[in-house]
Design a protein around this ligand. Structure first.
Ligand code: CDP
Length: 218
């Protein structure tokens, strides 16, 4: 049997990672959070004061940095950065870093490598268009910006981050804009992806819908 690849793409806060984690558990697939990799590189560049225009230095970083994922935990050069990569400063800078071609080329290679020989579910922006154009199941998950901001705002509240709903909405809209207008692998629906609007769907609704699509290709 061929390995199954499930691609979930869409904008920030559309519910990709929540859904992907549940599906991975349900079908015993490996979950790969591609956004977390862009977040880890962003964290490294910020913490080491590396300019986003300094491509030479960024290339060096990409060739030497060690990104590791174990279950829900993310390790950057063997340090647990799971909480840090969700901070506001990362949200504010990650889309800039993700638009750098050498960063994308490097991380796409890594994403393909760690998916090899497994049943996988990946979430991101370019899974169905660039990383795995042959994925058997492709979902483009969307929701209104206001609903996405509301979900993200609640996550920040739980983490006791000081931020207002309006700030979250603004940041989400900025990220959407950068992600969908960049030259390299912009956020867009693959022609053969199924668009699913989760604005007024429950998590169960979305999980059930995607599960049926997976059953069809199993
Ligand atoms: O969880 P959320 O949707 O907020 O973001 P994420 O999936 O962690 O991705 C963070 C950022 O990384 C996105 O806004 C994109 O700029 C970038 N990204 C990307 O360019 N390509 C991917 N496959 C995944 C993320």
């Amino acid at each position: 049997m061929n390995n199954i690849i499930v691609a979930i793409d869409g904008p920030a806060g559309s519910g990709k990672s929540t859904i992907a984690k549940i599906i991975a558990k349900k079908f015993n697939f490996t979950y790969i959070d591609t956004g977390a990799m862009y977040r880890m590189i962003t964290l490294y560049l910020l913490e080491n004061n590396i300019d986003f225009d300094d491509l030479k230095e960024i290339e060096k970083v990409l060739n030497t940095v060690n990104l590791d994922m174990q279950g829900d935990k993310f390790y950057l050069n063997n340090v647990d950065v799971t909480t840090k990569i969700r901070e506001k400063r990362i949200n504010e800078n990650v889309s800039k870093v993700a638009s750098i071609k050498i960063v994308r080329d490097n991380l796409v290679n890594l994403q393909r490598k760690i998916s090899n020989n497994k049943n996988v579910i990946l979430d991101g922006r370019d899974v169905g268009t660039v990383i795995f154009p042959n994925a058997q199941v492709k979902i483009f998950l969307i929701a209104s910006p206001e609903e996405r901001a509301r979900r993200r705002y609640n996550e920040f509240l739980e983490k006791k981050t000081e931020i207002t709903y309006d700030e979250v909405l603004k940041s989400i809209k900025e990220r959407d804009h950068i992600d969908s207008t960049r030259d390299e692998s912009p956020l867009k629906k693959a022609d053969d992806a199924i668009e699913l609007d989760s604005t007024s769907l429950t998590i169960d609704d979305v999980v059930n819908f995607i599960s049926k699509e997976i059953e069809k290709v199993k």
